[in-house]
Design a protein around this ligand. Structure first.
Ligand SMILES: [Zn+2]
Length: 258
């Protein structure tokens, strides 16, 4: 009898689980999908950093590596239902036609950065992730991964959590694939000593930044393009996919609250 009762209870539990499963799915679908603005740094005539071959010629511009990873990352996120906005999807500047976006009387790189921020703000993106690659032409042996955030902005707590999530994911993914790239973790953007003290994409309103980004954001330098070892890893078959996979894990973990 006891055995029979247990069987009935087990059947009931299984039935209840079956019933509750679709309800959980419906609840998950009712949540609006995360909106992610991905910014492939630089573009067009603005190359960013580069890797140089033995003869001193450029064999890869940073703008190209940034876009390669951004496209792969966007595809990965879209597969799981994220809404992805790319500030640029081709080898071009974003401020086209060239316009004085920040109204300071000159058209320069700041206007291109403002154009990127404007796109993220107009899309009401939940996060802004700017993809870059570091360079150090005077010390090509140097290599590490750094995630920058703004420590004096409204979304500092979420920006730090996003940054830490991406930093951890980069570390874990590099370890998984045997890429030996040390991590500097998350670092305030002000340490870069830009004219306004902040990166244009991340910083608060100030004399230089006219319309700041209105969501948590980070700018990532996942490796040094000037480093031969890192360059070889990334440009080997599947290399860009490893990078995109790391960003993907970091972003998904951020939204799932891990
Ligand atoms: Zn860059």
């Amino acid at each position: 009898m006891k055995h029979k009762l247990l069987s009935i209870l087990t059947l009931f539990a299984a039935f209840a689980a079956l019933l509750s499963l679709p309800q959980v799915r419906v609840a998950a679908q009712a949540e609006p999908p995360p909106v992610v603005a991905i910014d492939a740094g630089h573009g067009g005539s603005e190359y960013g950093g580069a890797h140089y071959d033995k003869a001193g010629n450029v064999d890869l511009y940073e703008k190209t590596a940034n876009l390669n990873v951004a496209r792969l990352l966007a595809a990965k996120l879209r597969v799981v239902g994220y809404v992805v906005i790319l500030t640029r999807a081709s080898d071009s500047q974003v401020n086209v036609p060239a316009t004085d976006r920040n109204g300071n009387g000159v058209v320069d790189t700041d206007d291109d950065l403002q154009a990127r921020v404007d796109i993220a703000n107009a899309a009401h993106a939940d996060i802004l992730v700017s993809l870059h690659h570091d360079s150090r032409t005077y010390d090509t042996a140097y290599n590490d991964a750094t995630v920058y955030y703004c420590a004096e902005c409204a979304h500092v707590a979420d920006s730090m959590r996003l940054g830490q999530s991406i930093s951890d994911a980069l570390h874990d993914t590099y370890t998984l694939y045997g890429w030996q790239i040390p991590s500097r973790g998350i670092v305030p953007d002000k340490t870069l000593g830009k004219p306004s003290g902040h990166l244009y994409l991340l910083g608060p309103h100030n004399w230089r930044i006219t319309r700041p980004s209105q969501m948590p954001g980070v700018l990532v330098e996942p490796l040094f393009l000037t480093n031969d070892y890192a360059y070889a890893l990334e440009t080997a078959p599947g290399g860009y996919d490893v990078m995109a996979d790391a960003y993907y894990r970091g972003i998904v973990n951020y939204f799932s609250g891990k």
